[in-house]
Design a protein around this ligand. Structure first.
Ligand SMILES: Cc1cc2nc3c(=O)[nH]c(=O)nc-3n(C[C@H](O)[C@H](O)[C@H](O)COP(=O)(O)OP(=O)(O)OC[C@H]3O[C@@H](n4cnc5c(N)ncnc54)[C@H](O)[C@@H]3O)c2cc1C
Length: 250
């Protein structure tokens, strides 16, 4: 998701002055969204095509030199900029190896404890979705909600009360492809265009740590919208390339 949004943002801001290549190791972009909302995933592909982003699937970024991004299939892209959105790897805390899943994440119990006195949440934890029974995605919303839950259960433990199982079911997903052009899924309902764009912005503002930060984000959006409009009316020049590399996370 981060790579798709980054590629779209660079292409949208740069207009015809940049050439953007999105390199993705999986068979299709947005695998998590594709499972539940295939039409939204297809819409995202259309938006990338509209922005002129070339998508390369099934290859990884192998190495980067000053003027090229070298890919795992032996090809290379002449580039001026490489943006890696290849995600994160679980942080390994020594001594807990038996409690990890194959991706190295600490496997939590239903109340998000790992063993007595050890709790886990966020990217380093394998938290099972309360109804779907599979690990929740590694993103900020799940990290925030699981973190809050760990805090509440810690407080209960200190007061001698029983812990509660993590029951949060999620909110949805969203990606933006420029001003007024987004895809969003909220509680399983798909949205596109301006409605999706406003939903995405509202979602981000809702989870900002302070009102000041939220105001900064709105300011950034406004500046970006103004800059994007200016960029689109300026004359095209020789297009330098940006490669955005993303990895399959599902
Ligand atoms: C490029 C990119 C874009 C993303 N975009 C989005 C997005 O748009 N929306 C979204 O919801 N999610 C996004 N994510 C995912 C999101 O950032 C993570 O899911 C979220 O930050 C996880 O929170 P966390 O607290 O588990 O981990 P982190 O935010 O990574 O925090 C872990 C902290 O632990 C610290 N740490 C590491 N090792 C140790 C140690 N041994 N001792 C003490 N401290 C340590 C680290 O320095 C870090 O500060 C993105 C991720 C990436 C990489």
């Amino acid at each position: 998701m981060a790579g798709v949004e980054m590629a779209a943002a660079v292409a949208d801001l740069g207009g015809s002055r940049v050439r953007v290549e999105l390199v993705h190791s999986g068979a299709a972009i947005l695998p998590e969204l594709r499972e539940t909302q295939p039409r939204l995933a297809a819409r995202a592909e259309d938006e990338l095509a509209r922005l002129g982003v070339r998508v390369r699937l099934g290859v990884r970024l192998a190495s980067v030199t000053e003027h090229a991004a070298h890919l795992s299939d032996g090809t290379h892209l002449p580039v001026s900029t490489v943006i890696a959105t290849i995600g994160q790897r679980a942080v390994q805390v020594p001594g807990l190896d038996a409690l990890r899943d194959p991706r190295g994440r600490l496997v939590t119990r239903s109340d998000l404890s790992v063993i007595e006195g050890v709790w886990a949440a966020g990217d380093s934890a394998c938290v099972v979705h309360p109804t779907r029974g599979e690990p929740v995605p590694a993103n900020a919303l799940w990290a925030i909600k699981a973190g809050e839950h760990v805090g509440a259960n810690l407080a209960r433990t200190i007061r001698g009360r029983a812990t509660r199982p993590f029951a949060y079911r999620g909110l949805g997903q969203a990606a933006s492809f420029g001003l007024g052009r987004s895809i969003s899924e909220l509680y399983g309902i798909p949205f596109t265009g301006w409605v999706a764009w406003v939903l995405r912005l509202t979602f981000f503002l809702r989870f900002m740590p302070s009102r000041r930060k939220a105001a900064q984000v709105v300011g950034d959006f406004a500046r970006r919208a103004a800059y994007s409009r200016r960029a689109h009316v300026s004359a095209p020049v020789d297009a330098p390339a940006a490669a955005v590399a993303t990895a399959r996370t599902a």
